[in-house]
Design a protein around this ligand. Structure first.
Ligand code: C2E
Ligand code: MG
Ligand code: MG
Ligand code: MG
Length: 299
């Protein structure tokens, strides 16, 4: 009986896996075609200093302008390719496009840093550093310090020493690194000690719920404390309301990104957005208040 069940289960999983392999295969072909047909786009989401409303940079976020299905978010097409070499081809395209954009903004007197998300598979290719160097050389108008690479903690899971070495090589020519979705990985603490990341990006899930959920508040506060202790920068993502920003300032995190500041937008919309952006009065008054004591000390 048990054997029968086991066997039928195996059969069921095989069918499901087979189905997934086929959809992923089709999806990969489609994404490759999208790249060749110039259907990929980069949107930009601003990062700001909440205290004074200064725009500090932009995160480049990939979109697929699908001829039939409209604008698709990365979750709809990246999972199918992130464990294949196609993710590196796309990553190269993203780097070039983002650097071209920064060059254009710089030429217009807007010195905004750009953050690019790099998949583990791309990052860990043996020629990653050489290729990145070559791409940077194509954009002599862009100082490397204006490029920040966002990697997930989980990217480093298998070979921390290797990842550390790549990061150091890139940092040697001026590029900076952020650990994205920080706090969601399995061992954030030990990574932090070993990886020379310049910035921790507090995961948006914690930020979004920190006003209602004390555990999330504690996590946010702890990451800010960690960043300070390890002398790294810190930025919060998922800032959806003015109240989120207010609390972050009082907890000691001045940099933020989120729908409450701006949604990701096409590059042509960015300058006008930046000209119109001002810090909320609540943020300015939060900047004048005493920093909050560690929130876990309240009863
Ligand atoms: P991520 O790097 O953590 O980017 C943040 C995601 O949260 C973006 O979703 C952004 O639009 C969304 N977001 C920003 N602020 C808020 C907010 O206040 N509330 C909510 N609910 N969401 C917010 P998006 O653009 O769909 O990207 C999802 C993920 O796809 C990214 O997460 C990143 O891991 C990946 N990704 C995006 N672009 C690229 C790329 O060019 N290359 C690679 N390898 N991955 C990319
Ligand atoms: Mg990111
Ligand atoms: Mg993130
Ligand atoms: Mg994410």
């Amino acid at each position: 009986q048990a054997k029968m069940q086991g066997r039928s289960k195996v059969h069921f999983f095989d069918a499901a896996a087979d189905e997934q392999v086929r959809t992923h295969h089709n999806r990969r072909t489609e994404v490759r075609e999208a790249l060749l047909a110039d259907q990929l786009r980069l949107f930009y989401q601003p990062k700001v200093n909440l205290r004074d409303g200064r725009v500090v940079g932009m995160e480049a976020l990939l979109r697929w302008q699908h001829p039939a299905r409209g604008l698709l978010a990365p979750l709809e097409f990246l999972p199918a390719i992130e464990h294949t070499d196609l993710i590196a081809d796309i990553g190269e395209w993203v780097l070039r496009r983002a650097l071209a954009q920064v060059e254009q903004w710089c030429a217009a007197g807007r010195e905004w840093a750009v953050s690019v998300n790099i998949a583990a598979r791309h990052f860990q290719r043996p020629d990653f550093v050489r290729q990145l160097r070559a791409i940077l050389d194509e954009f002599p108008g862009v100082p490397p310090r204006l490029l920040q690479l966002e990697i997930l903690e989980s990217s480093a899971l298998h070979d921390v020493a290797h990842v550390r070495a790549i990061m150091q090589e890139c940092q040697a020519f001026g590029i900076r690194f952020a650990l994205d979705d920080f706090g969601t990985g399995y061992s954030s603490m030990s990574y932090l000690k070993r990886l020379p990341a310049d910035v921790l990006k507090i995961d948006q899930g914690f930020v979004r719920n920190m006003l209602e959920d004390r555990d999330d508040l504690h996590l946010v506060s702890a990451v800010i404390g960690l960043a300070r202790a390890f002398n790294r920068g810190v930025i919060a993502e998922g800032v959806e309301t003015v109240a989120h920003g207010e609390l972050l300032i009082r907890l000691g995190c001045d940099l933020a990104q989120g729908y409450g500041i701006a949604r990701p937008m096409p590059p042509d919309d960015v300058p006008a957005w930046a000209d119109g952006f001002v810090a909320a009065p609540e943020w300015i008054s939060a900047s004048l208040q005493e920093p909050l004591a560690a929130p876990w000390s309240e009863t």
